[in-house]
Every structure is written in C-alpha cells, then in structure tokens.
Design a protein around this ligand. Structure first.
Ligand code: NA7
Length: 530
C-alpha cells in the first residue's frame, strides 16, 4: 500500500494550504478529493448568484506573497466563479495538483495502534496508509436533503444549491420553486427572478436579510489593498470574527433612540455582512439590545414590501437577530413586490408531497417546471459522519459523537490519535471569515507535526478530561449569548434527529488562537504523545 506522512480529505481552501505548508516542511502529502477539480465548497455551490458574504480582501489566503502579488479581485464580494478561478490559480501557481487524487471519495479510515498509522479506504483505487489523517472536507459541505415525500415522482428537474451541476442551467420562462430561505435561497432567487416566468419561494423560517452592497473594485484598489494587506490580515487574525473591524465598546442603550437608528441605517446602507452586528457590543448578549436591531430590520421589511400580509410573513420574530446566520441579498425583499413572485409560508401551508407535476401543499397542487432545494447542510459533523472512522479499539467516531461532537479545541477527538479536524466542532470556524480560521488551524497542525517529528513521537491524542473541559467551555460561552435560542445549524436543529448542541466556539478567533498557541507553548498541554 502507498504510504504518506499525511492524507487529507478535501481540496478546498484547507486542503490546498495544507499541501503547500506540509510539503514545504518535508512531509509527503496526499489530498483525496471527491470532485473533479479543486475548490471544495466553492466547487459544489455553483448555483446562480452564489457569492461569498465576506469581502474578497478578507476571504483570501494571507500566507503567500506570490498569490497576493499576482491575484486581482474584481469585486468587493467574490462570486463563486471568481473564487473557483482563484483556487485554481493557487493550485497551478503553487503546483499543488500532483498531490491531489480527484474523483475519489474517502470512505473509511482505520487506526492501527501498533504501527501508529491510519489506513484510508477510498471508493476507487487501493487504500493508502498515513501517519496523520486530516479531515478538511468543510464545515458546511454536506447538503441536507429537503425531507419531502415523493421527490422521485416529480417529472421535472430538481437541484440542490449545495450540489449544483457544472453546466449552465437556464430557467428562462419557467415556473420555478425554491425551498429554503437561507443565504443560498436568497442568492438563488434574486439571481433568477428576472429570468423565470413565475417564482415561488417556500419559507419555513423568515431570515434577516440586509442589502448586498457589492461593486467592482476600482483600478488601483488592489494596489491599495496590497499596501495594507499585512496589517489588515494581522488585525483579522486577532479579531473575533476574522475580519479587520473593531468590536464595538458601546451598549445599544448608551445612545439615544435616534442615534441608534442612525447607526443601524448607516450599517444597513453602506456596509458589510457583519456591519449591523458590529454596531453595539451587547446585541448578541442582551435580549432587549438585540430587539432594537431586530426591530430595525423588521421596519425595513415593512417599508420595502408593499403587501402588509406578505411583509409580516417575511418578518423574523421567532429568534434573535444574527443567532442564525443573517443573509445579504440584492433586492431580496423588493422581489416580493413583483407580480410573478409568490411566497408560501410553510407554517400555514405545509408541503404534503411532491407530485408528477409539482408540489402538493395543504392548499392544493402547484405545478412547476423545476424545483430548487436550498435546504442547507448537515454542518460541522456531516463531512466526518459520512466516513467510517474507526479509532482506538475499533470505536467509531460517529458512535462517539452520537450525543453530539466531542473535541479538544475543535482540533482532535480523544481516542482518534493523529486525526485532525479543520474548522471542526468546538472551533470558531463557521462564525468567522473562514479562510482566517483555516490558516490558523493549518499552521497549528503543521507546527505540531514538526514538534512531534523533532521529538520522535509517532502519535498524539487528546486527554479525555481536557476534551470534556473544552466542550463544557464551548457550551458555557454559548450560554452567555443569545445564540442557542435559535433553531440553527449551529446547534444542529436543521437536521432531524441530530442531537442539539452548540457546536462552534464563540470566544472569538483571537482568543481561540491565543489558547491554541498557549497549549502548544506548554508542550501541547492536554495531549498525550507516544
Ligand atoms: P441554511 O442557512 O441552513 O438555510 C436553509 C434553508 O432551508 C432555511 O431557510 C431552512 O429553514 C430551509 N429548510 C431546510 N430544510 C427544510 C425543509 N425540510 N423544508 C423547508 N425548508 C427547509 O443553508 P444555506 O445553504 O442557505 O446557507 C448555508 C451557509 O452558507 C450560510 O449560513 C452561510 O454561512 C453560507 P429553517 O431556517 O431551518 O427553518
């Protein structure tokens, strides 16, 4: 069997940086990728209008001077095609492709304690053996099915935004249904609304959507960015959310009602995804403070949507602002003023089943030419869950995590030596600009592997008490906020049967980085080595 120092699942942002970093340090690396190309999440989410909701300057690598010097972003927010071009450029510029096995899915990984190595099985080709096995398959990457009966009956095409075909899909003149109103549903609907004959949005939970303020970058913007990039990246690395903006010090109640309104209006009209959230320090910890921003957005919906019944249906009331990831979209609420757009509130009018011609709801059958599922992902644990991972004494990772994921620092899970997670549960990843979190994890893991090599250690495994203490800390931090109140994918509530547990670490990327660094400096405190 072929042997590698490190085998990695996934050739997205994480996998590509892992190749570069570990190869430079003299490790042999194989990345196994199910897709035919690089990109990970940005490969699969090729739906119309797909765009990152973090600015280009903060959603890019910071480790490579060559990449930074040679790549020009074209827009404030990068579109999916541009991100895919970027990652292909990185793969070519750094010559990463020879280390990637495409069109191959990892199906199993079995720990062999005697040899201190993992045997990794794939859906094609021989298994491979590695000392270290890294799950870099993405935190939000496994599409969640829509849980609707009779999908197979429908004669027209169906699509999932998270697994979109890599051929043009033309909806011109069609009657299209979109199920789901998270970021993917908002982006898809606003992208195709001008094309379709009729658009029906099926909404289970209304979201808070701020306008997308996107624009082409002016000539000279990239040079200006390069001039300050090092400082911008450094600030982001130590920030709460991996972005270069200061966390506010004022309470929402430190200012008058008028001033608060002006602050929210400014954030709404001019700024970025996190702008509203970063207006006052207590929006995610104080219910009354949160209500002020939630009510601001509700007021915007009432102002924009002309039919008050539709406006009310679009109005989020069941969870605090930003405790589910808010969306940004160009003309989202405005879209509902158009004659060919219809909103179906699934709480009043549930879907019973799909039929040959369309969707049957409690009010009757609605015919469609195409149906788009924008129903999200089995986030944070989904990618690990679909690999049969057997650790010490044959224990399966999915059995260990049956009551919710258990990790130390979001990086490793006790009983699964030499198995690392990138942006896994217990880390801040999904609540940050992801690339900054990815770079932090890759750097930490690479340092750890070098340290082990220098010391002659063959395996590393977290101590179970440290792991339990970390997960308790993750929960405690979350409990100090309003986040656990929402039925979000942060708590696994979107997947039927998934245990409810707040999975991301809310302490902030900077604090988390400092904790990870302190653990390493203390000789990897909380880890056992052989
Ligand atoms: P999200 O944000 O999880 O949104 C999924 C949407 O689909 C959400 O509105 C769900 O309603 C809805 N949904 C899920 N299952 C169903 C069923 N069975 N019936 C009806 N509606 C359903 O996923 P996205 O792909 O939009 O975005 C994922 C992340 O990508 C996003 O957070 C950003 O980080 C980027 P619910 O709210 O669960 O009631």
């Amino acid at each position: 069997m072929e042997r590698f120092d490190v085998v990695v699942v996934g050739a997205g942002f994480s996998g590509l940086y892992l190749i570069q970093k570990l190869r430079d340090l003299g490790f042999s690396v194989l990345v196994v990728e199910a897709a035919s190309g690089v990109g990970g999440t940005w490969y699969w989410n090729a739906y119309p209008g797909a765009r990152c909701d973090v600015e280009s300057f903060d959603y890019c690598y910071s480790f490579s001077p060559e990449i930074e010097a040679e790549w020009d972003w074209s827009e404030r927010y990068p579109s999916q095609p541009e991100l895919l071009r970027y990652l292909n450029f990185v793969a070519d510029r750094l010559n990463l492709r020879p280390h990637i096995r495409f069109d191959t899915r990892v199906t199993s990984a079995t720990w062999n304690a005697e040899d201190a190595c993992w045997t990794v099985g794939c859906d094609r080709g021989e298994p491979v053996v590695c000392r270290h096995f890294i799950l870099a398959g993405g935190a939000i990457s496994v599409p969640k099915p829509p849980e609707i009966d009779g999908i197979e009956n429908f004669l027209g095409p169906t699509y999932h935004t998270g697994n979109w075909p890599h051929v043009p899909v033309d909806f011109t003149g069609q009657r299209v249904a979109i199920i789901g109103t998270g970021s993917s549903g908002v982006q898809t609907s606003t992208a195709i609304v001008d094309q379709v004959a009729a658009l029906t949005i099926f909404q289970r939970t209304p979201n808070y959507t701020a306008p997308l303020i996107n624009y082409p970058l002016e000539p000279g913007a990239m040079d200006a960015f390069r001039g300050i990039a090092a400082a911008r990246h450094e600030k982001s690395r130590h920030s709460r959310q991996g972005i270069p903006y200061d966390f506010p010090t004022r309470s929402a109640f430190d200012v008058s009602d008028d001033e608060r309104e002006a602050v929210y209006s400014h954030a709404w009209e001019n700024s970025h995804l996190f702008a509203l959230r970063l207006t006052f320090r207590d929006l995610l910890t104080d219910e009354a403070a949160n209500e002020t921003v939630a009510e601001f957005v509700r007021g915007k919906i009432r102002e924009i949507v002309s039919d008050p019944v539709v406006a009310e249906k679009l109005t989020p009331r069941s969870y605090p602002f930003s405790t589910k990831r808010p969306c940004i979209g160009r003309g989202y609420y405005e879209m509902f003023n158009r004659d060919h757009v219809r909103l179906v509130d699934l709480n009043e009018t549930p879907i019973l089943r799909m039929t040959l011609a369309g969707i049957e709801t409690s009010e009757g059958e609605m015919p469609f030419d195409a149906v788009i599922f924008a129903t999200g992902f089995d986030a944070l644990t989904g990618a690990a869950g679909r690999i049969d991972i057997a650790g010490c004494d044959g224990q399966m990772l999915r059995s260990k995590w049956a009551g919710g994921p258990e990790t130390y620092l979001g990086l490793m899970s006790s009983g699964f030596p030499n198995l690392f997670l990138i942006t896994g549960p217990g880390s801040p990843g999904p609540l940050t600009a992801m690339v900054k979190s990815i770079e932090q994890h890759v750097d930490w893991i690479a340092d750890c592997l070098v340290w082990m090599r220098d010391k002659g250690f063959t395996s590393i495994d977290p101590v179970v008490e440290y792991e339990s203490a970390w997960m308790a800390h993750v929960q405690e931090v979350a409990d100090g906020t309003l986040y656990p109140r929402a039925n979000s994918w942060y708590v696994g509530a979107n997947v039927p049967g998934k245990p409810r547990r707040f999975m991301p670490y809310l302490g902030g990327l900077g604090v988390y980085r400092a904790k990870c660094d302190a653990v390493a400096q203390a000789g990897y405190e909380g880890f056992e080595f052989v």
